[in-house]
Design a protein around this ligand. Sequence first.
Ligand code: HEM
Length: 511
Amino acid sequence: MQVWLVSGVVAVLFFALWLLVAHLYNRRSCLKNDYEGHGQKVSLPAAPLSLAIPGPPSLPLLGNMLELMQEHLPNHLTALARRYGNIYRLKFGNSTMVVLSGSDIIREALVKKWSDFAGRPHSFTGDVVSGGGFSISLGDYSDEWKLHRRVVHSALQRSTAESLHSVIQQQALKLRQVLLEYKETPVDLSEDFTVAASNVITTLAFGKQYEKTSAELQRLHGCLNEIVALWGSPWISALDTFPLLRKLPNPPFSRLLKEVSRRDDIIKTHLDGLKLGHDAIKEVGALTDFLRCQNRPEEDTQTLKLTDTHVHMTTVDLLIGGTETTAAWLNWTVAFLLHRPEIQHRVYEELCSVLEARYPEYKDKHRLPVLCALVSEVLRLRPVAPLAVPHRAIKNSSIAGYFIPKDTVIIPNLFGAHHDPTVWKEPYSFKPERFLDGGASLRALVPFSGGARLCLGESVAKMELFLFTAYLLRDFEFIHPGANECLPDLTGVATVVLKAKPFKVIIRPRA
Ligand code: HEM
């Protein structure tokens, strides 16, 4: 055991040293490339006439691996786009990754040519977290995947039409109660937002909601968060690029395996309960609908059968896709509003004048343009899934005139698209008013990505963002705690989800 440990540490140190040397080499060659000649920046390719996609210089063996090992990857990939253009390539060994950082180019690939880029890259670690590729989010494009997505999509649409509005309203009122109990003491709201968002999904999925103090909820969130954080870490991604490393001890990977198994135990307990208690769960939601569909012999299910593993992984998809994203977005909204408090007053005045005393409904959306502009601007500045999920070309194709061979990995840099200075004026400023004066177009917003892999929960999320924000800003004013606290950091922490760093806020009930 000790020998393993020592050899593991030596290998890791070696690897780190190698990365350091490579990094220094890379910096030198980047500088050389940028300032070649008489200190002038090399001009960017004006148009993709040559067949080679531009990109940063790459190292032997490591390729551009170091470009991915950055603290804030969306920011870094966006900075590279300013240098190499809205389409550039990164190399890893024999494979190539293409980063798309403009909304037009993202639409061209994912919407116009959706059937060319609907795949997901195969990966060792992806298989570990997705039960062998059975989840919708990580599963590759196939007839089985299409059936899986279609069945869950229609089940979600049904429960959205039937019950989502009242489920969100109920959670928004519950959140209101929790916030009242803080009695204007400075608090970090991230956990309360997670509980509210998670309760919407668990109610839809298996008819259950939790209190913040519930041990089961803590366990479930604990392991889902760990999985997302660990899976995004370079020590785990390195296992996909360098298979040899799988033979060495890797404590983060052992932790990942443990958390996946904890996750699966919790979800299995729920699904077993759901199967046994048919009467109690008659009309609860998407997952029950899904289970019913499974047992219905329809034309396309005759040859393809969705299994218990599909149901299991659907629960994981909805919980992971639907909890941290919505919660992170709500937290960002409060963070930005503390920087520009006058915006929340404008929204409050709009809510008062349009709705008088009642609570908002989703159908009021078109009468509340200031609120909608706020939602859009936070989605623009902090698309909470900033790099979407990697796509894979399932056939030879092209993007912006460049040839893209089958199996190329495509990274839709949604964060980059939302900060593109050729589309957005002052792209880094928080200005909801840009959506009010006709200056900014919603078409360039792509927070939910697009095409065959469009976020499955888009309609759920849109209703949540609107109703939660409307309820919060109708009932409360969010105030910066003052001298001893800094204003919230707006850079955030980027893993798979882009989250705000912890900050405190005072919540004052409106008179
Ligand atoms: C602010 C809220 C949300 C944002 C910004 C968001 C954004 C995204 C993005 C960018 C993707 C990747 C699309 C791609 O690969 O090109 C995605 C995928 C997905 N999202 Fe969301 N999402 C949100 C909320 C939700 C909710 C509430 C649910 C569940 C009810 C959900 C379920 C999913 C699923 C299952 C996928 C995988 C789709 C596939 O691979 O076919 N998301 N989301």
